[in-house]
Design a protein around this ligand. Structure first.
Ligand code: ARG
Length: 458
């Protein structure tokens, strides 16, 4: 097959150059978006009189035929034709003849590929936003169902203060709601039309960029032709948002993994989302959570690859840019499969509230509240902190928990203690006292979950 740019060449391309440069093996997936953009371009060429309307109609019909064949997997991709754009254009010329040769008027593959990728990415972002919404919906169901189970809150992975499970899970809901907002913001910057930039400087043809933007649903046309064909910041932003979202998924997975080990025993992940061991019959491994945690690494790698790809490129288009495709496809695919599997896995998780409560009773997590108790009775916080530290040390020596101490024993440390200390130490009371917006008191957590549900719908 002759190259579309063969005119100024006397010899054929080296076989290895084709191997190095052919992208159709991975960019063929852009075909539906490439064809949509070409149809809009052809219509504009016809409407502005840059080509005959009859030719535009033929082109559009030919492109629709090709789209149907591609969807039926009845299209022969040829790596010798380099990429998705040249494959489709060559097929168009083969099918409709001379009219097909007019499609590339006032256009370059440089503005074409940028347009295709923006269209593709816009759809991926919409899919991702929908998936985050579904995932958060399940997360909220889960949080509401087990809202008042008390478990240890950790800092440094050391027992810190008891919290409600609903509170703990709501923390993740907030992270994923921010992820959703981030993707929506990236979408705004993605949603700009490069077409019309042509190779880099624009075109002498009397094009109507606004018409193309309208047909393709872009909110604006790119303000600078050189910028339009050469920057990929929107891809980096997308990968950045994806990396952050994967980081959130990964942290959550890390907790699910910890919580499901028998040493914690807080949860059991359903059979459909765990695997056994080929040698140890007793095993039930949280592979799904581990894989999501692991896949986070590849998304970070893709993001780093894109940043590195861009850092030394002079304006404008450079062929290096072809190396953005596999990264963005990988990021999008990885994020979407991880969100989907996590959404399905959540409802399979069984909670062992008794084990959580038992763990919350260990580790002296009422200690801060004992100090606050003394503060309420006039002791300076620093002094109270020191004193309660001594009480905890005594408990450790005696093999006791704070609630096991008698009032007499408390009063040996300070006369400020009275019989109300036993109520102060109850886990439920400890949690209930964090009664302000953002705190772990049950009514505050329920209200926060309700508000999050509203934002999810909004
Ligand atoms: N396959 C190319 C890419 O992904 C399309 C643009 C080619 N442009 C060019 N001047 N060779 O970047």
């Amino acid at each position: 097959m002759a190259k579309l740019w063969g005119g100024r060449f006397e010899r054929t391309t080296d076989r290895l150059v084709e191997t190095l440069g052919a992208s159709v093996a991975f960019d063929a997936r852009l075909a539906p978006w490439d064809i949509r953009a070409s149809i809009a371009h052809a219509r504009m060429l016809g409407d502005t009189g840059i080509i005959a309307r009859a030719d535009a109609r033929k082109i559009i019909r030919g492109l629709n035929d090709i789209a149907r064949d591609i969807a039926k997997v009845a299209f022969a991709w040829d790596p010798a034709l380099e990429d998705v754009h040249t494959n489709i254009e060559a097929a168009l010329v083969a099918r409709i003849g001379d009219a097909g040769k007019r499609l590339h008027t006032a256009r370059s593959r440089n503005d074409q590929v940028a347009t295709d990728v923006r269209l593709w990415l816009r759809d991926q972002i919409d899919a991702v936003i929908g998936m985050i919404r579904e995932f958060c919906g399940n997360l909220l169901d889960f949080a509401e169902k087990h809202c008042e189970a008390v478990l240890p809150g950790f800092t440094h992975l050391q027992p810190a203060q008891p919290v409600l499970l609903g509170h703990h899970l709501h923390a993740y809901v907030e992270m994923f709601l921010r992820d959703r907002d981030r993707f929506a913001e990236v979408r705004e910057r993605v949603n700009v039309l490069p077409l019309g930039a042509a190779a880099l400087a624009g075109t002498p043809h009397p094009i109507d960029r606004e018409q193309v933007a309208r047909e393709l649903g872009f909110r604006a046309v790119a303000a600078n032709s050189m910028d339009a064909v050469s920057d990929r910041d929107y891809l980096i932003e997308f990968c950045g948002a994806a990396a952050i979202c994967m980081m959130h998924l990964s942290r959550m997975c890390e907790e699910l993994i910890l919580w499901s080990t028998p040493r914690f025993g807080f949860i059991e992940i359903g059979d459909a989302f765990t695997t056994g061991s080929s040698i140890m019959p007793q095993k039930k491994n949280p592979d799904v959570a581990e894989l999501v945690r692991g896949k986070t690494a590849r998304v970070y790698g893709d993001l780093m690859a894109l940043l590195t790809l861009m850092k030394g490129l002079p304006l404008t288009y450079n062929r290096d840019l072809q190396e953005d495709k596999e990264q963005i496809f990988d990021v999008s695919d990885t994020l979407q499969v991880c969100l989907a599997v996590m959404t399905r896995m959540l409802p399979s998780v069984r909670v062992n509230a008794a084990a959580m409560r038992q763990a919350a009773l260990e580790g002296f997590m009422e200690a801060t509240d004992v100090a606050d108790y003394l503060v309420a009775r006039g002791m300076p916080f620093r002094e109270a902190h020191e004193l309660v530290g001594k009480i905890v040390l005594q408990c450790i020596r005696d093999g006791k928990r704070l609630p096991d101490m008698t009032l007499k024993e408390f009063r040996e440390f300070s006369p400020l203690f009275d019989k109300s200390i036993s109520e102060t130490l109850r886990l439920e009371a400890v949690v209930r006292r964090r009664d302000h917006p953002g705190g772990t008191a049950p009514r505050r957590v329920r209200a926060a979950l309700r508000r999050a549900r509203g934002r999810l719908r909004g």
